[in-house]
Design a protein around this ligand. Structure first.
Ligand code: CA
Length: 227
């Protein structure tokens, strides 16, 4: 039995019920709300391990719910968004949401997002390497290998790859990556970031058209594979 409790804040009845049944079938406990305000009060009374948050709610917006919760808590929040809500989705990620799924989403995708967001809760353990498939990063030596062949990365390329792998499984927005790597927001088109990502992909992916490691989240950012 899973001992994790997930708070569902979603006003669409069919999606709400789908979420509830799917989570229960996967041994999560659920607490449910159809509005933003009761969602916030359930959050305070039940202290859930994760929140699934719809952006479009009948009373207050999902973004307002997120901002209120973030004042007191770092609980993982996965946004449930509709198509065409790209800007709201990116704004929510930049305001501290951990990830998102876009309706209609598949159950496996949802469960993977939940697992990745819950992993963030684990206390930081010092690790010395990252291994996934053919890739290995040696953090002590600051070296990256594909099939045990050392790659030559520039310091910025290494820094970007490190940020992505530290957050494997989670989507990172263009703005977040840019601020972490360069320390400021230089512009909104993220052109130099795109150029760096293309170069990194050429070095690590065997087929850049069908990436194994770095996924593009269109209009949002990038996600490093975690399995
Ligand atoms: Ca809604």
């Amino acid at each position: 039995m899973n001992d994790k409790t997930i708070l569902i804040i979603e006003d669409d009845k069919s999606i709400h019920n789908f979420l509830k049944l799917a989570l229960k079938a996967n041994n999560y406990n659920t607490v449910e709300s159809f509005t933003g305000l009761s969602g916030i009060s359930l959050f305070m009374s039940h202290n859930p391990d994760l929140i699934l948050l719809d952006l479009g709610l009948p009373d207050i917006g999902g973004m307002d719910v997120l901002l209120q919760i973030r004042q007191t808590s770092a609980v993982p929040v996965v946004i449930v968004s509709a198509r065409g809500q790209e800007q709201e989705k990116v704004a929510a990620l930049d305001a501290g949401a951990d990830d998102y799924v876009t309706k209609p989403f598949g159950l496996n995708e949802l469960l993977a997002r939940i697992r990745a967001a819950l992993r963030k809760q684990k206390p930081n353990v010092v690790t010395h390497e990252f291994v996934l498939d053919t890739m290995r990063i040696d953090f002590d030596k600051r070296k990256v290998y594909i099939k045990e062949k050392e790659l030559h990365l520039t310091p910025i390329e290494y820094k970007i790859l490190l940020l992505l792998t530290e957050n494997a499984g989670k989507v990172l927005t263009h703005k977040f990556i840019q601020e972490k790597i360069w320390g400021y927001e230089s512009n909104d088109d993220y052109q130099s970031l795109r150029v760096y990502m293309a170069t990194i992909r050429k070095k690590i992916e065997s087929d850049t058209a069908c990436p194994r490691f770095i996924m593009t989240e269109i209009g949002v950012g990038y996600r490093f594979a975690d399995e």
